[in-house]
Design a protein around this ligand. Structure first.
Ligand code: GLN
Length: 541
């Protein structure tokens, strides 16, 4: 019988509920418990794929090709497990399914209503994760904040599960923010009290309250929350802002949350094995040295947009015991200021993206990396940028472009995939999910991976146009990875350059704190060499 941990949020959104849910999963998994995680997103979009990063941060892609909420990225990184499309449920999916059933006649004779039809469909999807994963404990996070109109059916479904499966096999965790008054430095518990009251009004009494705070809390605060919210004092857990999110499981463990959950679920007491995790956290917090990597994007004011790329850089940094200082470079500013904006970086990453804005600036970054022998990693659009820049500057293909940006370009070096030509609907129709890629031996990419065939996740409509491969190849562009069994180029690299590699897929989605991605390791290793060389030559002068 699977047990469930339901996580809700109160007071404000973006309080770190996703990291909290992922951390709970981590501390349970560290006790040898098998876990899975699911996010319930109350918006009407069927998936996160149609939303701008301004709305929603990064769109995370699962192995099976679902475009999901970025919290799934946290989940995968924290539990070191691949999740599937079942792990992200939206209102859009639930309503589409119920309305399709209604049209089929599955409910003939009945009035179709939010309770029970919508709530039943939500519960079916929660149980589906339990069934598909076979996990002993499934953690379910509800997006948004308690009291949001859109979240009501989800909260109601989770309430019903209390009577469906009984209280021994489920528990409710409520994550709130404790604001602090600047003048007195005093923490205020009232918003938490209100949000718990609201949750109780919907029939849910939390078993645990996690209090996000920006400084350590006194026991008095915990006692007060315990009294007003009717939760054991030991179950009021302070989550003081951490230096790195990977510290949160350690903070929870320290506060005894792991043992309390095990006790509540009547699971045997077990000592968690968090040694490896602790080592990674230690290295992230206290690296031996630092390195600067330029990340060139158009959403620099919005760090969430490149969440997995940022994390993949940190993971690789931890492997080398190096702290990665990410220099966020706004691509639109690059054409005028490349020297200045990219000064001092030992590596450059151009991540994925859509739309023309910032594209020319990203090409300036690629040219800068190519001409100055700065290690470079291009991801998806980053590959397309590198290829277009190379085509124009080195292969003499004047006006070369991607047809995404110039439908009438004389040299469409990047073009729609053939199967994309018939696609008219935008939602869920890109080339999505994992495909096998065969590495070409002797290349930098093959060296980095140390494998013949790898599987990587995609999310794009455009691809390198093979008609242009010959002029590009003859000038020094190397195909280092091909779609297994086909001649689609998935990885390119530059011959006469220390390390300039780009992928049509998104390697960042598979990087884990304990298993950094080989290509990010490759980039950092080249960047470190460059930094060492620069230090040595500066010392010699
Ligand atoms: N816009 C490009 C395409 O659709 C790249 C997509 C991406 O970077 N994820 O092919």
């Amino acid at each position: 019988m699977t047990k469930f941990v339901f996580c809700t949020g109160g007071v404000v959104s973006s309080v770190g509920k996703g990291v909290a849910a992922a951390s709970i999963a981590r501390i349970l998994k560290s006790r040898g418990i098998s876990v899975s995680i699911q996010k319930l997103d109350p918006y009407l979009n069927v998936d996160a794929g149609t939303m701008s990063p301004y709305q929603h941060g990064e769109v995370f892609v699962t192995e099976d090709g679902s475009e999901t909420d970025l919290d799934l990225g946290h989940y995968e990184r924290f539990i070191d497990q691949n999740l599937t499309s079942s792990s992200n449920v939206t209102t859009g999916q639930v309503y589409s399914a119920v309305i399709a059933s209604e049209r089929r006649g599955d409910y003939l004779g009945s009035t179709v209503q939010i309770i029970p039809h919508i709530t039943d469909e939500i519960k079916r999807r929660v149980f589906q994760v339990a069934q598909e994963s076979g996990a002993e404990v499934v953690i379910v996070e509800v997006g948004g904040t308690v009291g949001d109109i859109e979240g009501l059916p989800f909260i109601e479904a989770l309430r019903q599960m209390h009577s469906d499966i009984g209280h021994d096999d489920l528990l409710y965790v409520h994550v709130t923010l404790l604001p602090r008054l600047a003048v007195t430095g005093e923490f205020k518990t009232k918003p938490t009290q209100h949000s718990v009251k609201e949750l109780r009004g919907m029939g849910i009494q939390p078993d645990f309250i996690l209090l996000r705070a920006d400084a350590p809390l006194s026991d008095g605060i915990r006692a007060k929350v315990s009294l007003f919210c009717d939760v054991d004092e030991s179950a009021v857990i302070p989550l003081v802002s951490a230096e790195t999110m990977y510290e949160v499981p350690l903070i929870m463990e320290q506060a005894g949350l792991g043992d309390l959950i095990m006790e509540k679920f009547n699971l045997p007491k077990a000592k968690p094995d968090l040694e490896e995790w602790r080592r990674v956290v230690e290295r992230i917090k206290h690296p031996e040295r630092r390195i600067s990597i330029g990340l060139v994007g158009k959403y620099v004011e919005l760090v969430d947009a490149y969440m997995s790329v940022r994390e993949a850089l940190y993971h690789a940094g931890a492997h080398f015991n190096v702290g990665v200082d990410i220099k966020w470079v706004e691509s639109e500013l690059l054409p005028e200021n490349a020297e200045h904006l990219l000064k001092g970086v030992d590596g450059i990453v151009v991540p994925g993206g859509f739309g023309y804005r910032g594209f020319e600036g990203k090409m300036v970054a690629a040219r800068h990396a190519r001409e100055n022998e700065i290690p470079f990693l291009g991801l998806c659009l980053g590959l397309q940028v590198m290829v277009v820049e190379f085509a124009r500057s080195v292969a003499g293909l004047e006006g070369a472009n991607s047809t995404e940006f110039d439908a009438l370009t004389p040299h469409p070096v990047i073009d729609l995939l053939p199967e994309q030509r018939q696609v008219y609907h935008k939602g869920g129709t890109m080339r999505l999910g994992s495909y096998p890629c065969r590495l070409v031996s002797g290349t930098r990419a093959a060296h980095a991976y140390g494998q013949d065939v790898v599987s990587e996740r995609h999310r794009h409509r455009f691809e390198l146009n093979n008609r242009y491969w010959e002029p590009l190849r003859s000038r020094g562009l190397v195909a280092s990875g091909l779609l297994e069994g086909a001649d689609l180029v998935e990885i390119v690299e530059l011959q006469n350059h220390p390390w300039m590699v780009a992928t049509q897929f998104h390697p960042e989605f598979q990087s884990r704190p304990n298993r950094p991605h080989p290509l990010f390791l490759g980039l950092l290793s080249a960047a470190l060499e460059r930094s060492d060389r620069n230090t040595t030559s500066a010392a010699a002068q």
